[in-house]
Design a binder for this molecule. Structure first.
Ligand SMILES: Cc1cc2nc3c(=O)[nH]c(=O)nc-3n(C[C@H](O)[C@H](O)[C@H](O)COP(=O)(O)OP(=O)(O)OC[C@H]3O[C@@H](n4cnc5c(N)ncnc54)[C@H](O)[C@@H]3O)c2cc1C
Length: 427
């Protein structure tokens, strides 16, 4: 009987293992935790959510909402667990993170077709099939092996996030609401600097202590460059970038020297993020330096900015549409490592890879429905621009024939196609 090796018991790996095992294919699931950690996981559970507990919107006219509905219809274990462990969060699907991961772990452990092996995979046996789902924090040894096999040198970049603060802790005697050039609603909160305040802040920012991540200055996305790195390019760089004061003048502040904008971060409107402030400063330094922003002197930080490695391969160049490597079809990539971005996207990608593998093993030649969000994502990562490929999340821009007005109609068509596909595959 054929046995499939799945490497990585995260969202993509669990989704793939569950699907294959439930369709009578024996799986060996290799997970290196708890023997070796990634630096971001906090438990020994499979399917752990490393950061937010939200799987985003539940609406069908939202791209991630549609993707969730599609994989739910394909018996996704991630969706099954999420719905069983949901916590209230408006229109988003949020979960109790420990119960969510525990549910998945128990299901995988109790599946007689899955053998869990706690081991770090560093190499692949010839003639065996591997589904590689080791995620954005794939271990160094395996990254080196993948580099060797794919003959690609730059496998990772750094991603960064900005801090979040409590709205109630913003001093609205200084800060004010206004949209730039009064275009759009006034949902932004602005913190204005005088020249003296800006220079003082600038000097503290460029000399602040960094968290222990090396080499990120060579390997970040230009679009999410840490604020302190941008600042070091020149004293006025921030004033022409994220701290641009133009269009934010008011009667009280006719000529601000620089302005930090805060954007609403959650539906409740009690959390705001600092726009453009993705950072690699230590938490203590973020509190010290960012509290110098006028209006944020008493800011309560509910989450600090964070820099993390994001490993992914150049899928448009390397992968076939079934996510197998063009140069070795026994090696299949899925999840964030294959170039999708996000929890649901990673899980969905694992499920897709498993379905294609199941079809191959059983000689079933049936195309995945092309009018779905899941196929659009896979098409994007396997046919996108290989010159400057970066990870992609679910969005309607990649789905053929969708416009602002017909999202819901297209979403319903997609769900129908998924149901039809499932029936034809006899799943
Ligand atoms: C710090 C951080 C925060 C993130 N926050 C969010 C967020 O809030 N929302 C969101 O939608 N997405 C977020 N992401 C992006 C992404 O959605 C998640 O990383 C997601 O878990 C990716 O799923 P995956 O299955 O590809 O990888 P993972 O879920 O990371 O699973 C990979 C598994 O492989 C194991 N592994 C690694 N190397 C080896 C090896 N050599 N041998 C055996 N096992 C190995 C790991 O231990 C891990 O369990 C975040 C990513 C990071 C790194």
């Amino acid at each position: 009987m054929i046995k499939i090796n799945i490497v990585g018991g995260g969202l993509a790996g669990c989704e793939a293992a569950n699907f294959l095992a439930n369709h009578n294919i024996k799986v060996k699931l290799y997970e290196m935790r708890p023997l070796k950690n990634t630096g971001a996981h906090h438990t020994d559970f499979l399917g752990e959510l490393v950061c937010s507990n939200s799987l985003k919107s539940k609406s069908l006219d939202n791209a991630c909402g549609l993707l969730k509905e599609e994989i739910k219809n394909l018996d996704s274990i991630i969706m099954e667990s999420a719905l069983k462990n949901e916590v209230p969060s408006g229109n988003a699907l949020s979960v109790d993170r420990d119960n969510f991961a525990k549910y998945i772990t128990d299901k995988i452990k109790n599946n007689k077709n899955i053998e869990i092996i706690n081991q770090e995979i560093e190499n692949f046996n010839e003639n065996e099939i591997y589904l590689i789902c080791t995620g954005p924090l794939t271990s160094d040894k395996l990254v080196n092996k993948i580099k060797e096999i794919t003959k690609q040198d730059n496998l990772f970049f750094f991603d960064a996030s900005a801090p979040l603060i409590l709205k109630d802790s913003i001093n609205m005697n200084i800060a004010y609401k206004k949209a730039r050039y009064d275009q759009g609603d006034d949902s932004y909160i602005n913190c204005p600097f005088t020249k003296e305040e800006y220079l003082n802040f600038y000097n503290k920012l460029i000399n602040a202590k960094l968290a222990m991540i090396h080499n990120f200055d060579k390997n970040y996305f230009e679009g999410c460059m840490p604020i302190e790195v941008l600042a070091k390019r020149g004293i006025d760089t921030l004033r022409y970038g994220p701290l641009k004061p133009k269009g934010l003048e008011t009667e009280k502040y006719p000529k601000p020297y620089a302005v930090v904008q805060l954007r609403q971060d959650n539906l409740l409107g009690d959390l705001y993020n600092l726009v453009g402030f993705q950072t690699n400063l230590t938490y203590g330094e973020q509190k010290r330096v960012f509290s110098m922003i006028p209006g944020l002197e008493n800011a309560e930080f509910v989450r600090y900015g964070l820099m993390h490695r994001n490993t992914y391969i150049n899928s448009p160049i390397l992968l076939n549409e079934d996510l197998s490597l063009k140069t070795n079809q026994n090696l299949i990539f899925a999840g964030q490592l294959a170039g999708v971005e996000g929890y649901v996207e990673s899980a969905a990608c694992g499920l897709y890879a498993a379905i294609k593998l199941y079809q191959k093993i059983n000689n079933i030649d049936l195309s995945f429905p092309k009018n779905t969000m899941l196929y659009s994502l896979i098409f994007y990562i396997t046919n996108g621009n290989g010159k400057n490929f970066s990870p992609m999340n679910a969005n309607f821009g990649i789905m053929y024939g969708v416009n602002k007005k017909n999202k819901l109609e297209k979403a319903n068509e997609s769900i129908n196609s998924i149901k039809e596909f499932k029936k034809e595959l006899n799943l």
